[in-house]
Design a protein around this ligand. Sequence first.
Ligand SMILES: NC(=O)c1ccc[n+]([C@@H]2O[C@H](COP(=O)([O-])OP(=O)(O)OC[C@H]3O[C@@H](n4cnc5c(N)ncnc54)[C@H](O)[C@@H]3O)[C@@H](O)[C@H]2O)c1
Length: 268
Amino acid sequence: MSASILKGKKGIIFGALDPQSIAWKVAEKCVEEGATITLTNAPVALRMGQLQQLGEKLNAEVLAADATSIDDLTKLFEQSMEILGGKIDFMLHSIGMSLNVRKGKNYTDLNYDWMQKTFDISAISFHKMMQTALKMDLMAEGGSILALSYIAAQRVFPDYNEMAESKALLESFARSFGYHFGVEKKVRVNTISQSPTKTTAGSGVKGFTEFFDYADKMSPLGNASADACADFCVMMFSDYTRMVTLQNLYHDGGFSNMGMNPAILRDA
Ligand SMILES: NC(=O)c1ccc[n+]([C@@H]2O[C@H](COP(=O)([O-])OP(=O)(O)OC[C@H]3O[C@@H](n4cnc5c(N)ncnc54)[C@H](O)[C@@H]3O)[C@@H](O)[C@H]2O)c1
């Protein structure tokens, strides 16, 4: 399904860890559609991960950056502009991690130091990325910035834990920073609220299989896959969506507007 809708565009993709990662599929599709990109992840992820292989396959430089560090972001943006030869047209923030989730803490017994770290990695990093980009005049006019979210920002999913607040913060940063980026640089900022997806971050949430199956049954189209999410991201990076900004866009097979689906009751 290639139409080269990103031909000539330059992008930075954060958060590809392994072939299951949503960002991995986005990177593949962006290149398939004609973009040139750099790939980035936290230094520790590069040591454990397979990102180098993706870089070789896509002819994309792999650059280490902890997305919570302004120094790392600054270096990453300088290197990316040099490697890609100019300003950047699109960026994907595909980063999430909760220490309380990872350590099995319940929502009513959270460690607050870990909570702050979770917010820093999963949400504040998005603000840091945009603030650093704006100060460096990184983005080309008409550019597009995206982050990935989840519907626990709006509704209760008890096992999603403090990631719910992370996503609420992330979506709010998209709106508030999107205003400034729009006015100053004509750059759009949006979040995509994606279905449960079988990835390292997704599967780390307690009860993931149950709510994956529940959402799949509740949604008229079923859960949206990582591949479908990548197609949507490509469209959001393309000029076809040049007037869409400050939005949280549901990419969930219709889940977010369902009240009841008889299929759930039938199989209960
Ligand atoms: N999987 C799902 O069910 C689902 C659903 C909706 C939204 N999302 C969101 O999609 C995004 C991508 O997650 P995924 O499901 O592809 O899982 P993933 O585990 O493949 O990706 C998460 C990434 O965050 C990176 N990361 C963690 N700390 C970092 C740091 N300090 N600096 C830079 N990178 C760091 C990890 O190395 C990893 O590559 C996340 O924001 C996640 O919350 C996932």
